[in-house]
Write a protein that binds this ligand. Structure first.
Ligand SMILES: *[C@@H]1O[C@H](CO)[C@@H](O)[C@H](O)[C@H]1NC(C)=O
Ligand SMILES: *[C@@H]1O[C@H](CO)[C@@H](O)[C@H](O)[C@H]1NC(C)=O
Ligand SMILES: *[C@@H]1O[C@H](CO)[C@@H](O)[C@H](O)[C@H]1NC(C)=O
Ligand SMILES: *[C@@H]1O[C@H](CO)[C@@H](O)[C@H](O)[C@H]1NC(C)=O
Ligand SMILES: *[C@@H]1O[C@H](CO)[C@@H](O)[C@H](O)[C@H]1NC(C)=O
Ligand SMILES: *[C@@H]1O[C@H](CO)[C@@H](O)[C@H](O)[C@H]1NC(C)=O
Ligand SMILES: *[C@@H]1O[C@H](CO)[C@@H](O)[C@H](O)[C@H]1NC(C)=O
Ligand SMILES: *[C@@H]1O[C@H](CO)[C@@H](O)[C@H](O)[C@H]1NC(C)=O
Ligand SMILES: *[C@@H]1O[C@H](CO)[C@@H](O)[C@H](O)[C@H]1NC(C)=O
Ligand SMILES: *[C@@H]1O[C@H](CO)[C@@H](O)[C@H](O)[C@H]1NC(C)=O
Ligand SMILES: *[C@@H]1O[C@H](CO)[C@@H](O)[C@H](O)[C@H]1NC(C)=O
Ligand SMILES: *[C@@H]1O[C@H](CO)[C@@H](O)[C@H](O)[C@H]1NC(C)=O
Length: 686
């Protein structure tokens, strides 16, 4: 409607005029792009805040320009500005009067600058921003006292980012005037001590202390905190204040990559849901204390701080029932620790546990009955431990109604309770790789006294989709091994000498997408019915040609490396190329004269021959060439011999030319000398 469009066009014209006026004297393209009331002036080499943007601009982005000083009054004009970004500008200071008096700015992003140079002026400027809620000062080389100055009286601040600075120590003065603070990022500083900081921040919910030099977190009593990230420090002790009769709001505690020796001493009442403890040295010591009865064990630890103040934090080090409140824990990540066993009742204290990640620990046995895992358990990863025994009664297994992912790979299992997998009704993914477990038919061949078996009956486990049985020493896949299953992934690689009965894999032909048969000595498998197959690994099998049944599949990944292939027929290459994304073919004795397939794959842009630099071929004399650079001459034998004759004649001719040249060179100097002498005997005319 004209009534409405007229004023807005007029405003737009005004805005353009404003931008044009300064550029009339210095003709240059307008560095800013307006999106509604937001001005984007990033990466424009600007030395100062552009003048002439619309008055009502509410967001101004000036990231990655050359603004070294934010001059007095430079933002006075933009009195509606709520958000200002000046990241990556080599900004050294903001002059005290840059914003004028009492500017309504709410968010100020100043990451990656040099505010350590002019922090005093800058701190005066910040005092003019009574409504500032968001302040990003990350990566500004700021030290403790500079931060103290900058944060004076920022009473509205809710979000503060100080990551990537040079802070070393926090105490009660560090953040005292910030009563509204909710989120504080201090990751990537050099903090080694925190004493009574945060007492003035009753609303602080998210605190990131990752990548600092903290040696411990003791007497932790920040009940208001929801997320505490103290990963990547040198923390040996985490001890929450035990005698507090108050529920901690803590939901996420990240202590990844520290030096913890003990399971953290958690608050006695909390809502902790996510506990990340991977890459520490956590273990439980109950066994040792029992062994060493009679010895005097210390039960308390003393912590000194820089001022020489001692805090006696008494932790019942050896009492395994006192880890604090874990009743809400859903994710427990203990990967890369030294846990040998779970203390009595430890797991059953976590009725909501849904993911337990124990990859790379020292577990020796796992008694699923006595641990009392709850029905909410979804993922159990006990891979790369020392498990030789898993114990479970039918009843305990049936209780694991939500268990979906079970990884027991890289252990020393030789026996498993029969019915372990068939009793868990939601199981979708099982990894038993690198244990020694066979596949049995329904009649158990070899039954241990308490009904364990050295092989597993997989047939009719209808929920299972992914089954990984790499390197299990499997010798035989019985005809009906996978009957009644709907697997999409089956990994049988690294089982040398595997005898796959016909029909066993065929039961999966309608569902299988991923099949691993690498290093199994497989021979003839008919793949023609596997219409969904997109990933096939048949490497290291001494195959002399690719199975013809691959022709009609839509394979995306094929690993046929380390076989005895001498070529891939042009028809096969042409039918594979359209769908193939990744193919591995190195370490096959290809024939250099039958490399048409290579050019087919090479010219199809979507095919990635992952190991193409290692694909070699042999010529008739068994010399090897890289398939990508083929200088040689190929053809039938008669043309080949013509080639050799030509070569012989050519080299004979070359020899003749060489001899001729040498002769000429030895006789010619004599002739040369004579002529030179004749000319130079002329007397000079001095
Ligand atoms: C900027 O303003 C402040 C306060 O009004 C004043 O003290 C300072 O000298 C001014 N800076 C310059 C470079 O004019
Ligand atoms: C901060 O506020 C307090 C009380 O309002 C005042 O006494 C003090 O001078 C202020 N500090 C600065 C640096 O303005
Ligand atoms: C703080 O700043 C750093 C670097 O500028 C950034 O990577 C990080 O995500 C920021 N933190 C938060 C909580 O936004
Ligand atoms: C903790 O901080 C690190 C580094 O900033 C980050 O990689 C990690 O994801 C954070 N942890 C959580 C639980 O957010
Ligand atoms: C903790 O608080 C509860 C109720 O809030 C009270 O019954 C209990 O006695 C308190 N315990 C201690 C040690 O103060
Ligand atoms: C334990 O400590 C007490 C007192 O220090 C000492 O008398 C006793 O012999 C110690 N016991 C052992 C088993 O070392
Ligand atoms: C040391 O502790 C005492 C009492 O526990 C306290 O009064 C004093 O302020 C502390 N000193 C420092 C520097 O924190
Ligand atoms: C800490 O404990 C030790 C030994 O129990 C004791 O001698 C010392 O006085 C305690 N220190 C404080 C500050 O309570
Ligand atoms: C496994 O735990 C159950 C229940 O606590 C117990 O009866 C059984 O003896 C345990 N099995 C082994 C081998 O420890
Ligand atoms: C499985 O999980 C769902 C929701 O995640 C829950 O409602 C259900 O009770 C759980 N089953 C068992 C047996 O705990
Ligand atoms: C099982 O764990 C091993 C070792 O951590 C890992 O390599 C493998 O990918 C996992 N299996 C599955 C199916 O995720
Ligand atoms: C195929 O299987 C072999 C033998 O187990 C293995 O070495 C290779 O990494 C596998 N290929 C791919 C692409 O995973």
């Amino acid at each position: 409607m004209p009534v409405h469009t007229l004023p807005s066009t007029f405003l737009a014209l005004l805005a353009i005029w404003n931008i044009l006026v300064p550029s009339l004297s210095h003709p240059q393209p307008n560095p800013c792009r307006m999106i509604q009331r937001m001005a984007l002036c990033n990466n424009a080499r600007l030395p100062c805040v552009p003048v002439g943007l619309p008055y009502n601009t509410d967001e101004l982005q000036l990231n990655h320009n050359h603004i070294q000083t934010l001059l007095n009054n430079s933002l006075l004009h933009y009195s509606s500005l709520f958000t200002l970004s000046l990241a990556g500008n080599h900004l050294e200071k903001i002059e005290a009067n840059a914003f004028g008096d009492s500017h309504p700015l709410q968010s100020l992003y100043l990451a990656e600058n040099n505010l350590h140079v002019g922090y005093q002026d800058t701190s005066h400027a910040l005092l003019q921003l009574p409504q500032l809620q968001v302040l990003d000062l990350s990566k500004n080389k700021l030290e403790d006292d500079m931060v103290f100055h900058l944060l004076q009286n920022l009473t509205s601040l809710q979000y503060l980012n100080l990551s990537g600075n040079l802070m070393q120590r926090l105490d009660e003065s560090s953040f005292e005037g910030l009563p509204q603070l909710r989120e504080l990022d201090l990751h990537g500083n050099m903090l080694f001590e925190i004493v009574r900081a945060f007492s003035g921040n009753p609303k602080l919910q998210r605190l990131n202390l990752a990548f600092n030099n903290l040696p411990c977190l003791v007497d932790f009593h920040m009940t208001q905190l929801v997320v505490l990230n103290a990963s990547h420090n040198f923390i040996e002790w985490f001890v929450a204040r035990q005698e507090l009769n108050e529920t901690f709001h803590l939901e996420t505690l990240d202590l990844t990559d520290n030096k913890l020796l003990f399971f953290p001493f958690l608050p006695s009442q909390s809502r902790l849901r996510n506990l990340y403890l991977s890459h520490n040295s956590v273990r439980f010591y109950g066994g040792q204390v029992d062994d060493a009865t009679g010895e005097n064990w210390t039960t308390s630890v003393q912590f000194y701080n820089l001022n020489g103040n001692v805090s006696n934090v008494t932790a019942q080090l050896w009492d395994e029932s006192l880890h604090g409140d874990v009743s809400s824990v859903e994710i427990l990540d203990l990967r890369g620790n030294q846990v040998e066993y779970f203390p009595q009742g430890f797991i059953s204290q976590m009725p909501s546990l849904s993911r337990l990640q124990m990859y790379t620990n020292c577990l020796k046995t796992l008694n699923l009955t006595s641990e009392g895992f709850s029905g909410s358990l979804y993922e159990l990863d006990v891979s790369n431990n020392r498990l030789s025994e898993v114990i479970a009664e039918k009843g305990a297994l049936a209780a694991l109604g939500n268990l979906t992912y079970l990884n027991m790979s890289l252990n020393a299992l030789g026996w498993l309770p029969s019915g372990l997998f068939s009793s868990v009704e939601s199981l979708m993914s099982v990894d038993l790789s690198y244990n020694s477990m066979g596949i049995c038919t329904s009649e158990t061949r070899d039954v241990h006294e308490d009904s364990s078996s050295d092989c597993v009956v997989w047939r009719n486990i209808a929920s299972l989709r992914q089954l990984y049985l790499r390197g299990c020493g499997i010798k035989w896949v019985p005809p009906s091994a996978f009957a009644g299953m709907r697997l999409t992934h089956l990994e049988l690689s690294d089982n040398p000498g595997l005898r796959v009965e016909t029909g066993s894999l065929q039961a999966l032909s309608g569902t299988l997408q991923h099949l691993g048969l690498g290093k199994t000595d497989m021979r003839a498998v008919d793949f023609s019915a596997f219409h969904r197959l997109s990933y096939l690994n048949i490497s290291r099998n001494s195959l002399t040609h690719l199975p013809t049944s691959l022709l009609n599949l839509d394979l995306q990944m094929l690993d046929a490396s380390e076989n005895n292939l001498s070529t891939i027929s042009p028809g096969q290459a042409a039918s594979l190329a359209p769908t193939l994304r990744r193919v591995f073919l190195a370490r096959n004795p290809f024939d250099c004269c039958q490399m048409e397939w290579y050019r087919t794959f090479e010219t199809t842009k979507t095919v990635n021959m992952v190991d193409h630099t290692e694909i070699l071929c042999l010529d008739e004399a068994k010399r090897t060439y890289r398939a990508g650079v083929l200088p040689i001459f190929c053809g039938d034998l008669s043309r080949e011999s013509v080639f050799w004759y030509l070569l012989l004649i050519l080299s004979g001719f070359l020899l003749f030319v060489c001899i001729l040249t040498i002769c000429l060179l030895t006789f010619r100097p004599l002739l040369l000398q004579k002529t030179v002498k004749k000319k130079s005997v002329k007397p000079t005319s001095y």
